[in-house]
Design a protein. Structure first.
Ligand SMILES: [Fe+2]
Length: 405
């Protein structure tokens, strides 16, 4: 390996995604494992606490230079283990029923909050705060359950589901980069509220199928400021309101409403931008089908590093997996299946529920299959529309029903 990849830096320049080759200057006597990727922000704090002053990084191993999804490395060679105090995970089948009820409850809460805002009633942050806590608890117990539900969409409920989904994606994202429980809850809460200002946008613009004209877009963009104004009347933390205010800002300064650039946008603001676009691209709308998670991630990658934070996006990709839970995939044995559980060690071999035959184009009785124990493999992700599959019915019939049996 050429030495040109090695660079000496001060600890203050160390960032998530970098690969530490060696520690060159350290105060104090505490031992530090000296090689590996910085996968979480808390690792940097640990190194600082242990007195590390300068270190050598290997830029050729930096996560931000990964070019495509399959290059995202597995969990190995971490510099330090930042164990978070979380409840032990329970199985998908034990959590999905609770998660499903929580998801429905989230839509009801979102609807009533929006109605209150529309009617000019004071905003009660307690209800959404408690809901955000419940949501994070479910993610802690088994993240696959709520994540799977983000894929079971009702195209008539876009606004309600989008806010809920962004909150779920952010809870999972925040947890995966080592944020504290309080930070994860605030981030998820911000996700849940980020589009609340849309309720003040006229319906004909809000629900217009297809592209908005420039003047309609100007009206639509006001939803951010409307939302911020509403939330400022509550006693919500200013850090949460800041995240809401930044969800359409972009690193190149071409976002809105303030045109903030680079470091002017908070880390949480950069995270919500990624989750917001990912969910919008994958959503089924009345006038169009959503794209696959893989395609959406590729689109986000294409706009890196101009619009989105490349290192954070790599983390997002990693925590979603190559085939996010809920993705429909075509298998090598001419079957269609839904991904129901990630395999963190072998991301190409998740657990799936097989429910459709492409040979005769007919449904099958749903059956779980762990690809890591099978010779069958994933050929490609597919869209429900390609096979006229009603995902919601399939999910209720095969996944939920098999659990309550
Ligand atoms: Fe928005």
């Amino acid at each position: 390996m050429s030495n040109s990849h090695l660079k000496k830096i001060n600890i203050n320049k160390l960032a998530v995604g970098m690969y530490v080759q060696a520690i060159t200057d350290k105060k104090g006597k505490l031992s530090v494992k000296s090689q590996g990727h910085i996968k979480q922000a808390c690792m940097i704090d640990i190194l600082k606490k242990k007195g590390v002053v300068t270190l050598v990084i290997d830029t050729s191993k930096q996560l931000c230079e990964l070019q495509n999804l399959k290059d995202v490395p597995d969990n190995e060679g971490d510099l330090e283990n930042c164990k978070k105090e979380t409840l032990p995970e329970i199985s998908f089948s034990s959590e999905i029923d609770k998660a499903s009820k929580l998801y429905k409850q989230g839509k009801v809460i979102q609807k009533s909050l929006m109605r209150s805002v529309k009617n000019g009633l004071p905003y009660d942050e307690q209800i959404s705060k408690e809901f955000a806590t419940e949501m994070v608890n479910s993610i802690d117990r088994n993240s696959n359950a709520l994540l799977c539900l983000t894929k079971i969409r009702d195209k008539d409920d876009y606004l309600l589901e989008h806010s809920l989904n962004v909150a779920i994606l952010l809870a999972n994202f925040g947890k995966s980069i080592g944020m504290s429980s309080a930070e994860v809850e605030e981030l998820a809460h911000a996700g849940f509220l980020h589009d609340i200002g849309k309720i003040k946008i006229p319906d004909d613009i809000l629900n217009k199928p297809g592209r908005l004209t420039d003047s309609e877009m100007d009206v639509m963009r006001k939803h951010v400021v409307y939302g911020v104004e509403t939330l400022k009347e509550s006693s919500l933390n200013s850090s949460l309101i800041r995240v809401v205010s930044e969800h359409h800002e972009r690193l190149d300064g071409l976002g809105y409403p303030y045109g903030k650039k680079g470091d002017e946008i908070s880390q949480a603001g950069r995270m919500i931008a990624i989750a917001d676009v990912y969910d919008a691209l994958t959503a089924d709308r009345v006038y169009k089908s959503g794209m696959s998670g893989q395609k959406a991630l590729q689109i986000l990658l294409k706009d890196c590093p101009e619009k989105y934070d490349h290192i954070l996006l790599q983390h997002f990709i990693k925590c979603m997996g190559i085939y996010p839970v809920g993705t429909l995939v075509k298998l090598s044995n001419e079957r269609i299946a839904m991904v129901i559980e990630q395999n963190k060690e072998k991301p190409l071999k998740p657990k799936v529920n097989v429910f459709y035959s492409t040979r005769g184009n007919h449904y099958l009785e749903g059956k779980d299959l762990n690809l890591v124990e099978s010779t069958v493999s994933i050929e490609k992700p597919v869209l429900a529309n390609d096979y006229k599959i009603d995902v919601k019915t399939i999910f209720e019939r095969n996944v939920l029903a098999s659990i309550s049996d």
